[in-house]
Design a protein around this ligand. Structure first.
Ligand SMILES: Nc1ncnc2c1ncn2[C@@H]1O[C@H](COP(=O)(O)OP(=O)(O)OP(=O)(O)O)[C@@H](O)[C@H]1O
Length: 304
């Protein structure tokens, strides 16, 4: 792995029709990382992937992908980067076998053995035209084509959409193996359990802006929950005081248990609650679901 980042986006803004698809987005991805791009419908995730491939040109900011500027040399970028859009992108009149012939002719790093292997893993009928393939088979074929192209950066837009449980697991293993070999992956997903299983890095998008990004480990450590257990009901005055001191915290009271989650203020909350002398006091690592709620659903309340 060399030290230069695979993706280096600095304050990217893309405008279309008076609307900001991307709003000052910054992200750096290192070789070998698997990054999940998360956010609600319409947040701008697909637009970000399309910008990395040079399909959308930034109006402001700076972007380098593998040291290249996609808007300037889109063909060079496409030779090294594969994008699998939602549902796959196929040539409708061609069979899987014909797709692979196209790949061997036009993709500079085509690996026929990978195409065959991934096609087998997805149980693809090789001689059926793609418009007669099922939804999952279409995704499988698009993935087989992408992996066989041996890209240095793989962009996957909701790749598990339409895949059954078994083929979902197959895909997660393929992505993990590809990254272990030094490939870099940026994928979007609305399924947080699969993100937790696969991604080492997460980036949260909200209204076109990349609100927060970092390694999964670090972000969940920063968004920890402090749990205090009292010998009787949680003292109301304590809960109210915490809400006043930390207005952006998520505060939960369940009987004798008080749970307070906040981005990057765990130590202060711990000190504040220790002074109240609960019978038990501990810090629990955050969960992706809670962090997603704080960053995206609550309108970035925890981090801005
Ligand atoms: N070419 C375009 N011109 C104008 N608006 C666009 C264009 N492409 C996308 N948009 C708008 O930009 C916003 C972001 O769209 P995008 O597809 O990037 O969202 P997304 O985060 O991928 O959403 P989803 O999770 O639903 O797939 C949406 O409001 C969409 O309607």
């Amino acid at each position: 792995m060399n030290g230069a980042p695979v993706v280096h986006a600095q304050s990217l803004t893309v405008r279309r029709g008076g609307h900001r698809l991307l709003d000052r987005c910054s992200l750096t991805l290192d070789s070998g990382s698997i990054c999940a791009l998360l956010g609600p419908n319409g947040a701008g995730k697909s637009s970000f992937l399309r910008t990395l491939l040079g399909l959308l040109c930034p109006d402001e900011g700076h972007l380098e992908v593998l040291g290249l500027v996609p808007a300037r040399v889109p063909q060079d970028v496409r030779a090294a980067v594969s994008l699998v859009p939602t549902g796959g992108l196929l040539l409708d009149g061609l069979t899987a076998a014909q797709h692979f012939q196209v790949g061997s002719r036009f993709e500079p790093r085509w690996a026929s053995s990978t195409a065959q292997r991934v096609a087998e893993l997805f149980d693809l009928p090789l001689n059926r035209v793609s418009r007669h393939l099922s939804t999952g088979q279409r995704v499988g074929l698009a993935l087989a084509y992408a992996f066989a192209s041996q890209p240095r950066l793989l962009l996957l837009d909701e790749p598990t959409n339409g895949l059954d449980h078994h083929h979902r697991e197959v895909l997660l293993s393929l992505v993990a193996a590809y990254a272990a070999d030094g490939g870099t992956v940026l994928f979007t997903s609305h399924v947080l359990s699969e993100v937790e299983a696969l991604a080492d890095t997460v980036a949260f998008m909200h209204a076109g802006h990349l609100a927060l990004s970092g390694t999964m480990h670090d972000l969940l450590r920063r968004y920890a929950t402090v749990q205090a257990i009292y010998d009787a009901q949680v003292p109301l005055v304590t809960a109210q005081w915490i809400r006043l001191q930390f207005p952006q915290a998520e505060v939960e009271i369940i009987g004798r248990v008080l749970r307070v989650s906040h981005y990057e203020r765990t130590d202060e909350i711990l000190d504040a609650l220790a002074a109240e002398q609960p019978v038990d006091l501990q810090v629990q690592a955050g969960t992706l679901t809670r962090l997603y709620g704080a960053v995206v659903e609550e309108g970035v309340r925890a981090v801005v």
